[in-house]
Design a protein around this ligand. Structure first.
Ligand SMILES: [Ca+2]
Ligand SMILES: [Ca+2]
Length: 369
């Protein structure tokens, strides 16, 4: 790599199999452009926008480079200055009290020697928990003497030894059952530093299930926080809905495409009361997302459901969740169901009860994660 390197797409996305680790840089201006214009004094990035930017850059393994356009006197405008200072204070406040400091975790595998689990909460950058050479998946569990509110996590890999983690799930314990936290971002990579925002949970047990890694795990730091209640939204819009790729084997292909086109205005209608979803290969599955028909008639609304999974098309019978899409008739927004992560290729949705008794089920969008 050198200045003027022409393969700029590689610089943006990198190579998963590359042999060098490079820090990414997130280059942003406080204002709509790179120069000062008085008519943009009311378009300066707000504290909320800057805080969101921090989580999406610094919290995603990158450095944040914030540009301040100076005004015609060579000064930073007071609005820019105040928003930047309050942004800093806001991040400091959200990540003030590390709830995992000194908590001794339990792990499913440990290399031994100095690479023990307590290295992730000792506040020392150069100590890390490692698994044995052949072990590329493991669980680390934290327990508090009393339930805590939590909605942020910070994870770090010991980057001098490379970026390894390929997927993980953060789970909390609710009445003896492990459930994934609700978040609106992928949990695939960690790298130097990853910050996660998720819907507040109150729990005495938190765990991270590292499901896939390119080599044994080397994790040097894990922190958890309660940032207070913020305006972050953990329910995705149709165009932002993340999902594993899938097909609907029992539905006409053109019709099936309408629930996977990221377009809330197109709806796939399916006769009967079951829908089989094929992920093409086995995946770790922990949530089901369903955007109902968004036309003014909201056709084919499902009122009560049962979700099953399986590894063979003919035996999709392990029930992972059942319940009601409450208030779907009056408020047909994206419905999300979270359950204990399970390995499966097929997901079967059964409409146990429809809002209207006749007519097909309607799916504007579907997502499986
Ligand atoms: Ca450490
Ligand atoms: Ca659609």
């Amino acid at each position: 790599m050198y200045p003027g390197y022409p393969k700029y797409r590689e610089l943006q996305y990198g190579h998963a199999d590359g042999n060098q680790w490079t820090a990414a840089e997130c280059d942003v201006s406080m204002r709509p452009g790179w120069f000062y214009h008085p008519e943009e004094d009311d378009k300066v990035k707000t504290v909320e926008q800057l805080t969101d930017l921090y989580y999406r850059s610094v919290g995603h393994n990158a450095t944040l480079l914030l540009n301040f356009p100076v005004d015609r006197y060579g000064l930073i405008h007071p609005v820019d200055s105040a928003n930047a200072v309050n942004f800093y204070k806001n991040v400091q406040k959200q990540l003030a009290d590390n709830l995992l400091k000194g908590v001794l975790p339990k792990v499913s595998n440990e290399r031994g020697g100095k690479y023990t689990a307590k290295a992730v909460t000792d506040g020392d950058y150069d100590t890390y928990w490692a698994t044995e050479d052949s072990v590329t998946s493991a669980v680390i569990e934290f327990e508090w003497p009393a339930p805590q509110k939590v909605n942020r996590m910070l994870l770090q890999e010991y980057i001098p030894l490379g970026q390894r983690v390929q997927s993980f799930v953060v789970e909390y314990n609710k009445d003896g059952e492990w459930l994934p936290v609700k978040l609106n971002e992928e949990t695939t990579t960690i790298g130097y530093k990853r910050l996660l925002r998720f819907e507040t949970v109150t729990t005495d047990k938190l765990r991270i299930n590292f499901t896939e890694s390119r080599g044994c795990l080397c994790i040097n730091n894990i922190e958890a926080y309660y940032a207070g209640e913020t305006h972050d939204v953990f329910t995705a819009k149709a165009e932002e809905l993340r999902t594993y790729p899938f097909t609907l084997p029992q539905v006409d292909e053109a019709e099936a495409g309408k629930c996977a086109d990221k377009d809330a205005a197109t709806t796939c209608f399916v006769d009967g009361n079951t829908l089989l979803i094929d992920l093409g290969k086995e995946q770790t599955v922990s949530s089901f997302h369903y955007l109902p028909d968004q036309s003014e008639y909201n056709k084919g609304l499902i009122a009560a459901y049962e979700i099953s999974v399986g590894t063979e098309a003919g035996a999709v019978n392990q029930v992972v969740s059942s319940g009601e899409f409450s208030n779907i008739k009056n408020n047909p927004i994206l419905q999300s169901v979270y359950f204990t992560p399970v390995t499966a290729r097929y997901v079967l949705l059964k409409a146990v009860r429809m809002v209207e008794n006749d007519g097909p089920m309607g799916f504007a969008e579907l997502g499986i994660q």
